[in-house]
Design a protein around this ligand. Structure first.
Ligand SMILES: [Zn+2]
Length: 402
């Protein structure tokens, strides 16, 4: 029912846009590489006789079937992080395309429209926040506001970039009537592979808090300034990095400092300023809040002790998401009918599906990631695993559109 070869060769074909010499891709949102990938997707959607609609955020939709009844949306994203892999996103978009094509080839006539979506700027590397296209779709950000957001690399606004690549559509995001949203995605973690399970039926998604702290200390000579007289912002940053791990263990969540920029960054001086970003995640809202509060209390304490001041800015506050029980059960049921092993799981990463859950009951189908790697050129999922994900979506969708 699924043409696995066609599916994988299309993912391979897309991987040429933004291809890196060492493998993997850099295909930032609304770049010329993103445009090339979009153009090819558009061509494929048109070949399948889907009605292509672009909205004001550049979200691309391919609609199969005309009807006033709410439709079932499936998809993901085609943008990548810097030096990312070939599978994060494209598996969901091309998997959805393959499912539609296979249903058509098998003579299935949907009683509801099927809407394939490629969301704009899921990764949030070139433009913050991430999951921006789906957020706009769920009315979580105003289009006029989003248009003004500037690229972190070249300062161009979203609107300028959309115009430049020819994907500034007229449709207001989220006006298409949708009953359910389902997304195939690579797990981006090690659980499915290590437990040798084919499919993850994603029932919830961790909440994510990103907080930026700017620490202000004093640059002083590394040799002549006694330890007791230092106001070392770098030392405070180090303590924060250690503390976030400690609190993550205590609250049974995860916590990471991925950005820590020391200035000056010199061998023989303490740091005057440090920009540090904390990433805190937990599947339970209350615990997530407590984790953040504990971290903030620690930052206040340690900065005071070292004679360092700080400013804090909340960058992202995404609360945990519970997906549709009904669809999660359907994913489990169809997996076992197909002879595939399946487990219910929590997504550690953010996805467009979490934004779509605000609009309609949604869920995700995870497939194994080799060595749990993602956001890395070495990211890999086998042809068989991708086929399995598409097969499950095929069966789930077939039931939902009947
Ligand atoms: Zn993704």
């Amino acid at each position: 029912m699924i043409n696995s070869e066609r599916l994988s060769s299309r993912i391979e074909e897309l991987s040429q846009f933004g291809k890196l010499p060492k493998g993997g891709i850099t295909r930032l949102a609304l770049s010329k590489e993103d445009k090339a990938a979009r153009d090819l997707l558009k061509k494929w959607m048109e070949e399948l006789e889907l009605k292509v609609v672009i909205d004001q955020m550049g979200n691309m939709m391919g609609i199969w079937g005309e009807s006033d009844t709410p439709g079932i949306a499936i998809g993901s994203h085609l943008d990548s992080v810097k030096e990312g892999g070939n599978f994060d996103g494209p598996v969901g978009v091309i998997g959805a395309l393959e499912v539609i094509q296979s249903l058509k080839e098998n003579g299935i006539k949907p009683k509801k429209p099927v809407i394939l979506i490629n969301f704009t700027n899921e990764e949030g590397v070139r433009f913050t926040p991430d999951m921006m296209g789906s957020l706009a779709f769920a009315k979580g950000i105003d289009v006029e506001e989003a248009w003004k957001i500037k690229a972190t690399n070249d300062g161009k606004t979203i609107k300028e970039c959309l115009k430049e690549i020819g994907y500034l559509g007229k449709e207001i995001p989220g006006t298409v009537n949708i009953e359910n949203y389902i997304e195939i995605h690579i797990e981006q973690g090690p659980i499915l592979e290590s437990e040798e399970i084919n499919i993850g039926a994603v029932s919830q998604l961790q909440g994510i808090y990103w907080t930026e702290y700017i620490l202000h200390g004093k640059a002083s000579h590394a040799g002549t300034t006694p330890l007791s007289m230092r106001n070392d912002a770098g030392f405070v940053a180090g303590c924060m990095i250690k503390q976030i791990r400690k609190l993550a263990k205590k609250h049974k969540g995860v916590g990471t400092v991925g950005v820590c920029e020391l200035s000056p960054s010199q061998i023989n001086a303490t740091s005057e300023t440090v920009r540090i970003i904390a990433d805190i995640r937990h599947p339970k809202e209350k615990k997530l809040g407590k984790f953040q509060d504990d971290f903030d209390a620690y930052v206040s304490k340690i900065t005071k002790k070292e004679g360092v001041t700080f400013e804090k800015k909340e960058l992202v506050r995404f609360t945990p998401v519970q997906f549709s029980e009904k669809i999660v059960e359907l994913i489990s049921k169809k997996s076992s009918e197909l002879g595939l092993t399946c487990t219910e799981m929590t997504s550690g990463a953010g996805h467009d599906a979490q934004m779509m859950q605000r609009v309609c009951p949604s869920a995700m189908i995870f497939i194994p990631s080799k060595d749990g790697l993602s956001h890395n050129p070495k990211e890999f999922s086998t042809e068989k695993d991708i086929e399995n994900g598409a097969k499950v979506l095929y069966e789930v969708l077939k039931e939902l559109i009947n």
